[in-house]
Design a protein around this ligand. Structure first.
Ligand SMILES: *Cc1c(COP(=O)(O)O)cnc(C)c1O
Length: 242
């Protein structure tokens, strides 16, 4: 079942790339495994998946210990400053940096380890109340400020588009953030590259690819629906899934 799901998603990714005249290797498929048991991650791994996305520090740390070392972990959820320390050595990329204070803490922890840490700046492109991320308006200034932190490299932007019935409704948001990333790139800011655009989830990743996504984050489409326990702490901080 997971195998079939993966195959289907991979096919859709390929077709979206073809429609957009893009090469398949421009797009990284991140398997969003939050709430799913390690056995399912292992199944995905056996099918060749190497990029996994998690949104909770505790869950991510537990899973990294149980999966092979060549997995690339992506922190895609809201990150509290006091938890940066726990994940900084585990993750390949932090997608969800939306304040200078958080970036500052990442920089401190990176400095301690003599590491350069790649991050994305999360933009709330549709300005939804319920979502994290800086506004498009403030994004450039935030990027400029963070770029001065020596041990951080800003690799691009990330967004979580609205939860819509018809993916086409999000095309305008994907275009908007893509344009924002071009505008930022044109400023030629030191330590800022804008090579990554992390956008598109199960419901809209094909449209996102057509509009320039270089990373798509697909959970349900690969692992099936997530089940949140009534009392479980998985729900509380995950504003998008309730
Ligand atoms: C859960 C989550 C996803 C995956 O969502 P699906 O709709 O299951 O594909 C992608 N990005 C973020 C930030 C998430 O929290």
């Amino acid at each position: 079942m997971l195998k079939d799901n993966l195959k289907k998603v991979e096919q859709c990714v390929e077709e979206a790339c073809r429609r957009a005249g893009r090469s398949r290797d421009e797009v990284t498929l991140i398997a969003v495994s939050k709430t799913k048991p390690v056995s399912l991650l292992q199944e995905a791994y056996a099918e060749g998946v190497r990029n996994f996305g998690e949104n909770k520090v505790q869950e991510l740390c537990k899973k990294t210990g149980e999966m092979p070392a060549d997995v690339r972990w992506h922190m895609i959820g809201h990150l509290q400053r006091n938890k940066v320390r726990q994940i900084i050595d585990q993750v390949a990329l932090i997608h969800s940096v939306d304040t200078y204070r958080l970036a500052e803490e990442i920089n401190i922890q990176a400095l301690k380890r003599g590491r350069i840490v790649p991050i994305l700046v999360e933009v709330n492109i549709a300005e939804e109340e319920s979502k994290f991320g800086t506004s498009a308006e403030d994004a450039i200034q935030l990027v400029e400020e963070i770029s001065k932190l020596e041990n951080i490299r800003i690799k691009g932007l990330m967004t979580v588009a609205p939860n819509v019935e018809n993916a086409e409704e999000n095309r305008t948001y994907f275009r908007k953030i893509r344009q924002l990333s071009v505008d930022i790139r044109n400023k030629n800011i030191d330590n800022v590259s804008m090579e990554i655009l992390s956008m598109g989830m199960t419901g809209d990743y094909e449209v996102a690819i057509e509009e320039g996504a270089t990373m798509v984050r697909v959970g349900t489409g690969i692992f099936g629906e997530r089940i949140y326990s009534r009392t479980g702490d998985t729900v509380s901080a995950d504003r998008d899934s309730v």
